[in-house]
Design a protein around this ligand. Structure first.
Ligand SMILES: [Zn+2]
Length: 343
């Protein structure tokens, strides 16, 4: 077998007010010249606190306006001598922080303020280039500092979206197993970790919806576990199958639902196609108060049908999934939407 190289975070801290440990984390990991990236909102929530904690290191701070290549370039050219990029925020800031760190060849610390998807831990940066969303492979975070206090206070929609992203691991792993039969690399361990993350979130639905600390911690740990599963696999396979391709296709048609929301709804339809227990997925999403229909997200039906039919060609993903095993027709898509009620 070829050597399989796994890069994992060095330090993961989950807890209340752990954001105030930033100086210790920097010292322990030997970094002295931090760049803090935040957006206008997260600068107030966490950025200023990190800055204060790192006063003795004289950190540079930049506000991220959008997750685009142009914005990444701007920041890269503005900052001077740095040895770590600390990204604090939701998807946009984290994606830009990953890419800036990668291109500057320094390490990246992930300090999420919302649990909206597993990108807070993964190696992939989702960036737009002149309006088109592209995925760029970077390096995963050297440290993850997940402050439960801050994350618990994120808008509930982001919390529900993170749950849905993790629950969609169920259909992603099924697709990966299909690919295994086709000779693709498959890691039993990564697949099990990914399913474990989904299982924990599903079992924590009641406490998550009430924003109880135990539930939010379980969600954060599940997002981290899912990211680590991807690091072990050295691929997004454990957490991204045909349901993610459908979500990406919808993004390309400018839908404005959240990533996790789209993946969750799509995974109900894909689970039906795969012969999995789609009702359980739907009921859990309902319990978590995540959306279960594209209609309620204001997405037009034609867009959804096109996303199912053309997910593969639109996203140009050479990824074997149930959509290859059971090629869809328009009638079949209509049936999926009708039976599962996702439209
Ligand atoms: Zn995802």
């Amino acid at each position: 077998m070829d050597p399989h190289i796994i890069n994992l975070p060095r330090k993961v801290i989950v807890g209340n007010n752990v954001i105030d440990n930033m100086f210790d984390v920097c010292s322990e990991l030997g970094v002295k010249k931090p760049l803090i990236l935040a957006d206008k909102n997260t600068l107030k929530i966490s950025g200023e606190r990190i800055k204060e904690n790192l006063t003795s290191l004289n950190p540079q701070t930049e506000i991220v306006k959008e997750a685009s290549l142009a914005e990444t370039e701007r920041i890269k050219n503005t900052v001077k001598d740095i040895d770590v990029v600390i990204g604090t925020g939701g998807g946009v800031v984290i994606d830009v922080a990953k890419l800036v760190a990668f291109e500057k060849n320094v390490c990246f610390f992930s300090v999420p303020t919302a649990p909206s998807h597993d990108g807070i831990v993964s190696e992939t940066a989702s960036i737009t280039d002149k309006g088109t969303k592209i995925s760029i492979k970077t390096r995963g975070p050297r440290a993850i500092i997940a402050d439960v206090n801050i994350i618990s206070n994120a808008p509930y929609r982001l919390i529900a979206s993170g749950c849905a992203d993790i629950i969609s691991n169920l259909t992603a792993v099924y697709d990966w197993e299909l690919a295994k039969k086709n000779g693709e690399y498959f890691s039993e361990y990564a697949a099990k970790l990914s399913l474990l993350a989904a299982d924990i979130v599903m079992k924590s639905a009641d406490t998550i919806v009430e924003r109880k600390e135990r539930g939010i911690r379980n969600l954060i740990e599940a997002l981290i576990t899912s990211g680590i599963a991807m690091s072990i696999a050295q691929s997004s396979r454990p957490a991204s199958g045909s349901e993610h391709m459908i979500s990406h296709a919808l993004d390309m048609m400018n839908s404005n639902a959240l990533h996790g929301e789209q993946c969750g709804i799509a995974s109900i339809g894909i689970a039906y196609l795969q012969g999995q227990d789609w009702k359980k997925i739907k009921q859990t999403l309902q319990k978590i108060k995540a959306p279960v229909s594209f209609r309620e997200m204001g997405i037009e039906k034609e867009m959804v049908v096109k996303a199912f039919l053309e997910a593969k060609s639109m996203t140009k993903r050479e990824r074997y999934t149930i959509l290859d095993e059971k090629p869809l027709t328009r009638d079949k898509v209509e049936q999926i939407l009708r039976v599962t009620g996702i439209y």
